[in-house]
Design a protein around this ligand. Sequence first.
Ligand code: HEC
Length: 331
Amino acid sequence: MSSGISRIVGALAVSAALLTANGAQAAPDWSKVKAKNVWVFYPAQVAWERLMTPGRHSGRSKFIAGKNCFSCHGNIDEDPLGSSLVHAEKDIEPTPIPMKPGAIKMAVKLAHDADTFYARMDFELGDQPNAGQDKDWETKVTLMLDDGTVPEMTRAGCWSVCHDDVNSMNRGDEKITKYIFASRVPGDGGTIAIKPEEELAKMRAEGNYLEYWQARINPGKRTTPVDGIILEKRTENAKPAISVSSSTAKGVTTVILSRKMKVDGLHKAIVPGKTYSLGFAIHGGNTAHRFHYVSFERSMVLDQGEGDFVAELVPAAPAPAPKAAPAPAAK
Ligand code: HEC
């Protein structure tokens, strides 16, 4: 195709996209996408290190031997675990939020069109007491994504970045945010240190990090996109590549996160033939840090293959009938 023609076709595609509802991106026809349940639950201070401490967690030896978290716990234990942890029935939630629900069931739909990947989550938040920790945002919905570069993410999802020295965890340091193990090296006197910057730069260049996408939601405010990476810390992009939307009807909140499948910069290409690992999280009731709900790991492929999710190519929903033009304003 000559570049002149491709420019025109491109321009037409852009104006077609602009014609869809609310001027937003053309959404896929969600009625064509199968939903799968993903439970998210309250993890309290149960970090990776706690689960891997001998004698603390019955799943430890089998996990080390190769069994992943989901295969023991998935779609069975989230609600009982979350309800027990949120009410501090053990010693791992020093500051429980009274009356907070322990788990939330989401219906998740993943799909893509010619160039954009979409994740849709429908869920009931339940009665979330206002914890007052995050004054700006009532609810935050997050998707963490990897394309196989971080083996613990594939096996343990969110726990791959959940360490006990992270802010609000039991040995937590306010300055430490989520990180992956590969960003650390043994430091002096049995401590752990962050790798030198040139090694981190190499890891970034090689795509050796996790990506996260987040929708920040507050009634009366525009739902705001935030994205970034997790390597030696959580780093937010100055300009997000994702788009977000949210709505609530009859107690059900619907959140849609989307981005172009290939974007420059620190973003994973989303392509057929690779297996992705996903982790989901919800902060409800103006919470921050550990006071959220998280999922066990899920896998995803595009179009065909083996995975908890097969995100298929789905055409855009038919455009709504154009509204009658507004009457000209009276002079
Ligand atoms: C072989 C099965 C098995 C595997 C694999 C496994 N677990 Fe467990 N897990 C258990 C059992 C059984 C319990 C309940 C008894 C206990 O706390 O030891 C448990 C308890 C828990 C609890 C409650 C913790 C607490 O301290 O009360 C959490 C959270 C948890 N597991 C998360 C995980 C995560 C995350 C992984 C993967 C890194 C994982 N489990 C892997 C079997 C497993």
